[in-house]
Ligand binder design. Sequence first.
Ligand code: NAD
Length: 369
Amino acid sequence: MSTYKLFLLPGDGIGPEVMAEVEKIAAFFTQQGVAHFEIERGLVGGAAYDAHGQAISEADMRRAAAADAILLAAVGGPKWDGVPYDVRPEAGLLRLRKDFNLFANLRPAICYPALADASSLKRELVDGLDLMIVRELTGGVYFGAPKEIVDLGKGQKRAVDTQVYETYEIERIGRIAFELARKRRNKVTSSEKHNVMKSGVLWRDTIIDLHKREFPDVELDHMLADALGMQLVRKPKQFDVIVTDNLFGDMLTDVAAMLTGSLGMLPSASLGEVDQKTGRRKALYEPVHGSAPDIAGKGLANPIAMIGSFGMALRYSFGLSDLADRVEAAIAAVLAKGYRTADIKGGAPQSVSTGEMGEAILAELKAAV
Ligand code: NAD
């Protein structure tokens, strides 16, 4: 049986509560003998600041580097609003992304049939939705130079952001999208604005070349980013994998998030280059939501986004697709049986706690053995 090293960073607010539910599932799989998870725990965000005055310690960075996958829950909260900028809670998360060069952000948008009525779209448009947005995360207009505001005098200023992409950046994100599509419904939609942006022209040409050279078996189409925004709310089920740049991806992932209902349901992954020693990509898995200080410590948090993030680690870091399928099926089953945390309660008569939702998912996994 293979051993997988998981490094857990529960962080702040509801983080420890939702992470506890993942630990139960990992322990069950280990006990069942299907996979052996070797778990280490560290501190990030406000919790790390309180312990060592840093948003993540060097020792925890080393543990993160040695792990096969990192699972992070959430950072931040009003308690740390006044701490110095370079040690604020988010700095821990940014350090992990930067040091491990996590250039690809994967955000699935899955709409469980039992929750289709929680979407802002009509049930028939989202029922059974399962798409994946692959967003470039370390390049583009958020990082390009020059980035400045210049005083032109006479009360006038000029603000400049620079959208810049090089071939290798587009190729490596494209490769991730095509590889993912091969494990799904084998279709990639690449999105940019080549009609008005030079970076869009290079993006499109590079994806076309890469497709011809390495992935001719995958269906590829192209859609301008504005049209894609429209199609996402018009007919979202037409998509399988969408690949796009940092800026368009930022917006399109938020649109896709609303298709599925609650923040408490959305997992994500950030992937880096393949590690030459282990053959695995550096990877950080985290729910899309934050530390939700308004409900922290009350047992109200929905653990599904965190459990779903663990499911993504099983699939994308460990190649344990069977186990990932089992986790997703267990989530779908408890939702179909009517289990609801407060955030997805809708018109349901009552809701369950974080622990009860976690236990129900675990019970489904046990029942399916
Ligand atoms: P948030 O995602 O924490 O909360 C937004 C709303 O969604 C809140 O009403 C919250 O109760 C609810 N919510 C979020 N997750 C939930 C869950 N699992 N179950 C049930 N309800 C849930 O965003 P925010 O309120 O804007 O930010 C709170 C703190 O989190 C801030 O300090 C912010 O900087 C931080 N934050 C961290 C991350 C991260 O760690 N990646 C992401 C976003 C925000």
